[in-house]
Design a protein. Sequence first.
Length: 120
Amino acid sequence: MENYKLVMPEHLNQYGYLFGGHLLKWVDEYAWIAATLEYPGCKFVTVALDRVVFKKSVKEGTILKFIVERSQEGNTSVQYSVSVYRIDIEIAEKGKIFSTNVTLVNVDEGGKKRNLSECA
């Protein structure tokens, strides 16, 4: 699954660069959307991101491309690999800025783990 996000002034920190918390929010959101589309009826919550290393800075006006791919499936959980690329339209520069694995678990109404096979 591919998604795009435009970095706006409200996404910047005090130095004029993308605030890392916004990037993590988008990564989590897009992984959740991918899981929800692939497993209709499941109720997913995020339990882990395997690493958080920001490789390059991002400025206002940059377009971010998110590529989300399922990498593992368990009985109650699923993991997605999320890679983020920046597209700087002013200088036509592209490059990977971030990647991580997001693990989501399917839960019931009480918050207890539930098998993926029980979704409907």
